[in-house]
Design a protein around this ligand. Structure first.
Ligand code: NAP
Length: 537
């Protein structure tokens, strides 16, 4: 029985980014009533919140876009190879308008709890405001990087200047002109904003704890010839993406780094570092780059040689060079424009806060064990409680009141990265245990939403009202996800992929590493076998 004081819909969707919007569009196609709840005061998810200077996607715009509508992909003109945050946000808003999604989107609504009623076979979801929603299906499209890791530095409340987090940037922007700025964090966000803040501020101090690898994006404007060529056969580009490891064509080389000569290896790395490549193409330079330690060391050393070539001061170059305990690409590779070059500017300094840790924020800046720094503004690019953070921020209870927080206390457990045993009719889009953040997210989102939609279409036709993953199937999947990760070098890196950035988080490699094509074949096979591993009743 549905609750008369709640909003009743067939499907409740939490999150208004790429995943939530496409899920809403697909729910409508299925003839379901649906409501999408979004915490922010605008849609866009990641691209709504992360407005820091230099924010842009590290997947090419022609791939990081919906493929479900030929008309949409024909009418939208991306202006750059890697789109800015602003352009992606305009695109998302265009999609919402074009497909008239807004009437079913409710902004300013942060979900705090969701409880399954096994008699009614429905979910009751509660927002922070107390508003209640009753639905047969609950879709968590909450994103993998949507709970910013709040800085917990002592003394922050005494700081006289303004401070900002990359993922909660003021809509009106920030003017750093004439200011001494301190930036903490050198992951993708910090690396992207460094050149822009340096160009504006009087002085920028970058506080680096761990050097990460960064490869130039080789960004460029997209001219009409390029756009027309892609659009003339967009299906071809999408098909190449579907069969590529990460859901985007990166011209993967199937040779081992060990089977070529030194000169050939160098030429391949150069090719991928320069204009013909850039960004994640570097990870596909050799088939064993992320599996074989020696192959990986070649890439790491190549990247370090580039840093030494670019950065004039050898001591700064050494500090910017990732060390051997971080294999190349095992922490998400950064994709930059002029990052290393920025350290040649007179108004930029690099501070090693591993050797000399931050002790506290002071009213006028920051103090490390050895030094004090006078700063007018502070920027935290300190990352996120990744992959599980947004899911566990909701107090979710499944069959017999089982708590998701308890179930996942040792790390996330899913069946196929999309379903959780004991939590029927609940689906996670691009969640832990799926290719997710290791892939072109828009591609993986479409894969999941289409798969969930087919499951719902078929089960509704069969009169099935309860869809639950079986515990043994989930256990086998978790084992398989771990086995796949253990065949690679990924688990070695102290990254947010393993939760290493969050003190106390269980160390589990969360995404599924075997690639988009292998994953799709598995989930298609599960569907073909009548949704093997699910209890349907
Ligand atoms: P991140 O990769 O987790 O980097 C956080 C940085 O903050 C790290 O350098 C970390 O150092 C540092 N840090 C955290 N706490 C610290 C502390 N207490 N003291 C000193 N340093 C501290 O976060 P992010 O840069 O926001 O990126 C997260 C992910 O978002 C990326 O990996 C990517 O997937 C996505 N993203 C993508 C783009 C893009 O598409 N181009 C842009 C931005 C973000 P340690 O390494 O030592 O922990």
């Amino acid at each position: 029985m549905s609750n008369p004081t709640s909003t009743n819909v067939d499907m409740l969707i939490v999150g208004g980014g790429f995943a939530g919007l496409y899920q809403l569009y697909s729910a409508r196609k299925l003839g379901l009533t649906a409501r999408l709840l979004e915490a922010g005061d605008g849609i866009g998810g990641t691209w709504f919140w992360n407005r820091y200077p230099g924010a842009r996607c590290d997947v090419e715009s022609l791939d990081y876009s919906y493929s479900f509508s030929e008309a949409l992909q024909q009418e939208w003109d991306w202006t750059e190879r890697y789109a800015t945050q602003g352009e992606i946000l305009r695109y998302i808003n265009h999609v919402a308008d074009r497909f008239e999604l807004r009437p079913d989107i409710q902004l300013h609504t942060r979900v705090s709890a969701a409880t399954y009623d096994d008699d009614a076979r429905r979910w009751t979801t509660v927002a922070q405001s107390g508003e209640r929603f009753d639905s047969q299906y609950l879709i968590l499209a909450t994103g993998c990087l949507s709970i910013p890791q709040a800085p917990k530095f002592a003394g922050l409340d005494t700081f006289k200047g303004n401070w900002y987090h990359s993922a909660n940037w003021p809509t009106e922007g920030v003017d750093f002109s004439g200011k001494k700025v301190g930036l903490i964090g050198t992951g993708s966000s910090g690396v992207q904003m460094t050149p822009l803040i340096a160009a504006q501020a009087e002085h920028l101090t970058v506080f680096q704890r761990t050097a990460n690898y960064s490869v130039p994006a080789q960004n460029e404007p997209l001219d009409t010839v390029t756009l027309d060529t892609v659009k003339a056969n967009y299906a071809h580009r999408r098909a190449l993406g579907r069969e590529a490891m990460t859901g985007q064509f990166l011209n993967a080389n199937d040779k081992s780094a060990l089977e070529v000569t030194d000169a050939e290896r160098l030429a391949e790395f150069e090719f991928r570092w320069r204009g013909a490549g850039g960004g994640f193409r570097m990870l596909r330079a050799f088939s064993d780059l992320l599996r074989n330690p020696q192959a990986n060391r070649f890439a790491a050393e190549f990247a370090r040689s580039k840093i030494r070539q670019i950065v004039h001061d050898p001591a700064v170059a050494e500090l910017l060079s990732p060390k051997d305990d971080l294999p190349f690409g095992t922490k998400r590779l950064c994709v930059d424009t002029d990052y290393y070059e920025t350290f040649n500017r007179d108004n930029v300094a690099l501070v090693d806060v591993k050797a000399d840790p931050i002790v506290e924020i002071t009213p006028n800046g920051l103090r490390t064990t050895a030094q004090t720094y006078q700063l007018d503004a502070l920027v935290f690019a300190t990352g996120f409680d990744a992959m599980t953070g947004a899911l566990l921020a909701i107090d979710i209870h499944g069959v017999e009141g089982e708590s998701l927080r308890e179930k996942w206390s040792g790390g996330p457990r899913t069946y196929l990265g999309v379903s959780i045993a004991g939590f029927p009719n609940l689906f996670v889009i691009a969640g832990p245990g799926s290719p997710s953040v290791l892939s072109n997210m828009v591609h993986s989102i479409e894969t999941h939403v289409d798969w969930i939609s087919n499951l719902i279409r078929q089960t509704r036709a069969d009169g099935i009202t309860r869809i639950d993953a079986q515990q043994p199937a989930e256990d086998r999947w978790v084992g398989h996800v771990n086995e796949a990760a253990d065949k690679t070098l990924y688990p070695i890196g102290n990254s947010w992929y393993v939760g290493a950035n969050m003190p106390g988080k269980p160390r589990v490699f969360m995404p599924y590493v075997a690639g988009v094509p292998a994953y799709r074949r598995i989930i298609e096979d599960v569907a073909a076998k009548g949704y093997e591993g699910f209890s349907l009743s």
